[in-house]
Design a protein around this ligand. Structure first.
Ligand code: PMP
Length: 307
């Protein structure tokens, strides 16, 4: 998706001009994918821009760094403050937020620990990742031949730069065949997640999502959906999921910060349910949109206001 430039990017403790936020071509992360990052959204509310579960996202960044032996030079509180600072500096009331910590210039080779760790936070206006139409009417997904990362290779528990080569392969493969998004399986054949989303399905009114042990990212939206389900008295569980569970589900949807809650209306050319977003998906979507817009008292604590 094309980028819409804004004025400032936070880089290593300072606000710099968008065009000046640059790195050397021998940056370690460019060659070896040695970085960790986050994807966060700020939403427009009556009290100005509010970042959805900002602290929880930054805590995940810290966990990703730990898994990759990376020492972050900033604390959770400092990342949180810097995120608010860069949103305010650009005068945005809604945006996507991309914090990243990566191994920089000065070392080459596969032992990365001596390379300096560089940090940046970029923000930009970003619409629905899988399209407004996808949110409203659902998308067509396909199971990719690319397997999910295994817990004993590049850990899927971290959100690290290099691992997204695997997601990109899946996304390119299914897009070339005319589908909107990939569903990925682990080496045992169980469903894990989308290329950049977690996945849920509904059968007989019960919500299911694959467990972390299947090898997937612990999504902040995934957790939010489980909390919404509890409030709405929708029974929900984590359970190993096969592709046929999805084919015969009444409803299915993807969740993620960029994508939000996106119904899946077809998988591998099997129509899911009635081929349109189902009632459980709709109730969850509604509650999610109310929550992020600041119209949900019970979940007000998820919004971290910029001012
Ligand atoms: N899985 C993968 C592989 C992702 O890249 C993302 C997006 N960060 C997610 C799941 C969803 O996570 P979240 O809800 O925290 O954005």
């Amino acid at each position: 998706m094309p980028l819409e430039a804004v004025e400032k990017i936070w880089m290593n403790g300072e606000l710099v001009d968008w065009d000046k936020a640059q790195v050397h071509v021998l940056t370690h992360a460019l060659h070896y994918g040695s970085g960790v990052f986050e994807g966060i959204r700020a939403y427009k509310t009556e009290r100005g821009a509010a970042v959805f579960r900002l602290t929880d996202h930054i805590k995940r960044l810290v966990r990703s760094a730990k898994l990759h032996y990376m020492e972050l030079p900033y604390s959770v509180d400092e990342w949180v403050a810097a995120t608010k600072q860069v949103i305010a500096a650009n005068g945005l009331d809604a945006c996507y937020i991309r914090p990243i910590a990566f191994r920089g210039y000065g070392e080459m080779g596969l032992y990365p620990l001596k390379a300096p760790v560089e940090c940046a936070i970029a923000v930009w206006p970003w619409g629905a990742y899988l399209g407004e139409d996808g949110i409203k009417h659902g998308i067509r997904a396909k199971v990719s031949t690319i397997r999910s990362l295994d817990a004993n290779s590049i850990t899927p528990a971290a959100k690290a730069c290099g691992q997204y080569l695997n997601s990109s392969l899946a996304k390119m493969e299914v897009t070339a065949s005319g589908y909107d998004e990939a569903v990925m399986l682990n080496s045992h054949g169980f469903v894990t997640q989308g290329s950049g989303e977690n996945i849920f399905w509904v059968r007989n009114g019960r919500l299911t999502t694959p467990p972390l042990s299947a090898g997937l990212l612990e999504g902040i939206t995934r957790d939010t959906i489980m909390q919404i389900a509890a409030k709405l008295d929708i029974p929900a569980r984590e359970a190993d999921t096969t592709r046929s569970d999805l084919y015969i589900a009444d409803e299915a949807f993807f969740t993620g910060t960029a994508a939000e809650v996106v119904p899946i209306r077809e998988l591998d050319d099997h129509v899911i349910g009635a081929g349109e977003p189902g009632p459980v998906t709709r109730r969850i979507q509604d509650r999610f949109h109310k929550m992020v817009a600041g119209h949900d008292r019970e979940f007000a604590h998820f919004l971290e206001h910029v001012k």
